[in-house]
Design a protein around this ligand. Structure first.
Ligand code: GAL
Length: 552
């Protein structure tokens, strides 16, 4: 009897001690976001506080005969009936092929065969059902399907869309020659602002690869929008990896108010297996990408619906800190991604097996910037896997991404986490490795002159990893290299936020010198762009003696 009494007392004591420990160790407090990341200085639109979610006609209906108001109304009804609206899919977006021409005043006209009731009627139909309404156009004269685009009609179109009740404008980059992307999308931003209607600006530069002036991730945040990072996603496994890899390259640019867009979801389409569908969805959630479904809602299977409406996966995507997952470990097709969540000590973690064989994948508390004791939850299964000391390891199936929520106690200052390769140290940029460079003619040294010689459009990116405080540089247009007609502007971005932009300079302009505060900046970009995209003359700019002062 006595023994039982003492045992019960000990067990009771241990239980209380654990509860107390649990309470204090696994904090439920939120991070103060400005303390752990570089916050943009410009506006955060409430409508872009979190990555937008919705459905878009393109991936399934395209420009086919079903692109019409009867089918689109069905899709709207199904967004509601399937429960998708209520877990967050708020936007119903009409893609290319709704438009046919312009009236005598230039006002855009809907195709009367496909949309006899007009676009406003469809927008009303969506609004009446608690949805928001999105519409597609192109920044060029033509859309990608050769319908009329918006070039030179930006203000009128923005006004028309506002009158129709549009909430989201996807603006493609087709039907365009020699226009500067930033300039064109700036026109759109201003046109939208002029309407006084809050409409999401979706910068959909699809043909984005290898074209420096199209790097929307560096300037997209200035325009407050979302931007594509890769050419269209197709519904097969290798393509999911292609787009994911590309979108991951630009993780640091995405954040509250402006997001990297890994393209619309192909969940439920094409050749993706069930596992691959889950991986695709899980990784898009991890990357804080907009979640815009594109499957045929009329015959969505139960399994696909379960994927698309998984509340805990969606919660990772919508987490209010707004951080995109970073790749922190990689070995032979086994990858670990981490997304810092808004609760202190909490991380979403993906263990991704890219190979065709099962693989054991592990992650340590150290990798996650946490002290050794961690709690682990399997998110898809909605099951707690318990407490671990230092390491978590599990067999992951081919093409599977095991998504975990790991909770522990911060060991590092998150401003410097995850640690990035090639971190800048105090000194000249010329003596250090950039993260990426495009359009750079040469990195050269002549005596004590250290030069980064840049072609017509250029972008060179360094990891400052919030360790550096000041960037100083000189720049000029060198008559020895550049054409007398060259007109170049020099720009400095910190995490996609414009920190400095020079006027256009020619060979006659005096050398300029600037000193810029880069405190808390994780990625520093130096860019040049010309006044006009004339590739036939040498439009070359030179950065001189660029250097950083850092605390390491
Ligand atoms: C592509 C774009 C697609 C779709 C299509 C319409 O360029 O990336 O998402 O909008 O145009 O023509």
């Amino acid at each position: 009897m006595k023994l039982i009494f003492w045992l019960a007392l000990i067990v009771g004591f241990l239980a209380v001690a654990w509860r107390l420990f649990d309470y204090f160790y696994f904090s439920n407090q939120s991070y103060v976001s400005s303390e752990i990341r570089f916050e943009p200085t410009n506006v955060i639109h409430p409508i872009l506080e979190k990555p937008p979610m919705g459905w878009n006609s393109w991936n399934n209906v395209r420009c086919g005969p079903e692109m019409n108001e009867i089918v689109m109304r069905q899709m709207i009804d199904l967004l509601v009936e399937s429960g998708m609206r209520d877990v967050g899919y708020r936007y119903f977006n009409l893609d290319d092929c709704w438009q046919i021409g312009r009236d005598e005043n230039g006002v855009i006209l809907a195709d009367p065969e496909r949309f006899p009731s007009g676009i406003k009627a469809l927008a009303d139909y969506a609004h009446e059902r608690g949805l928001k309404f999105g519409l597609y156009t192109s920044g060029g004269r033509l859309t990608c399907m050769s319908r009329p685009g918006s070039y030179r009609f930006e203000e009128l179109d923005a006004q028309t869309y506002a009158e129709w009740g549009v909430d989201y404008i996807k603006i493609d980059w087709c039907g365009i020659e020699y226009l500067d992307t930033y300039t064109q999308y700036r026109i759109w931003r201003d046109a939208i602002d002029k309407t006084n209607r809050q409409m999401i600006l979706s910068i959909a530069i699809a043909n984005i690869d290898n074209q420096v002036d199209k790097q929307a991730w560096t300037w997209g945040r200035e325009l407050v929008g979302i931007w594509r990072t890769a050419i269209d996603l197709n519904p097969f496994w290798e393509d999911v990896l292609r787009v994911m890899d590309r979108n991951s390259l630009y993780a640091e640019y995405s954040g509250r108010g402006s997001w990297n867009d890994a393209d619309m979801l192909q969940v439920g389409n094409g050749e993706l297996t069930l596992t691959e569908n889950k991986t695709h969805f899980g990784m898009w959630a991890m990357m804080a990408s907009p979640l815009i479904a594109g499957n045929d809602l009329r015959n969505m299977s139960g399994e696909i619906k379960e994927i698309l409406t998984h509340d805990e996966i969606i919660a990772i995507n919508q987490d209010k800190l707004g951080m995109q997952a970073r790749l922190i470990k990689e070995e032979d097709g086994r990858q670990v991604y981490v997304k810092v969540l808004s609760t202190q000590g909490e991380r979403a973690v993906a263990l991704l097996n890219r190979t065709d064989e099962p693989q054991e994948i592990s992650v340590t508390a150290e990798d996650l910037g946490l002290h050794s004791l961690i709690k682990v939850r399997n998110v898809w299964e909605r099951s707690d896997l318990g407490i671990r000391w230092q390491t978590f390891s599990q067999a992951v199936q081919p093409h599977e991404a095991l998504i975990l929520r790991v909770h522990g106690r911060d060991k590092v200052n998150l401003l410097h986490y995850p640690v990035m390769i090639n971190q800048l140290r105090s000194g000249y940029l010329l003596d250090q490795e950039p993260k990426t460079e495009e359009g750079i003619i040469s990195f050269r040294r002549e005596g004590n002159k250290r030069m980064i010689v840049a072609d017509i459009f250029s972008d060179v990116r360094y990891n400052s990893a919030a360790n550096c405080q000041v960037f100083t540089t000189e720049f000029f247009v060198d008559p020895e290299w550049a054409d007398p007609r060259a007109e170049i502007r020099f720009k400095v971005y910190g995490d996609g936020d414009l920190l400095y932009r020079s006027d256009f300079m020619t060979i006659d302009s005096a050398l300029k010198r600037v000193s810029i505060n880069i405190n808390k900046v994780r990625v520093l970009n130096l860019q040049t762009s010309p006044a006009n995209s004339n590739y036939n003359i040498a439009q070359i700019g030179t950065w001189l003696n660029s250097r950083v002062e850092c605390s390491n």
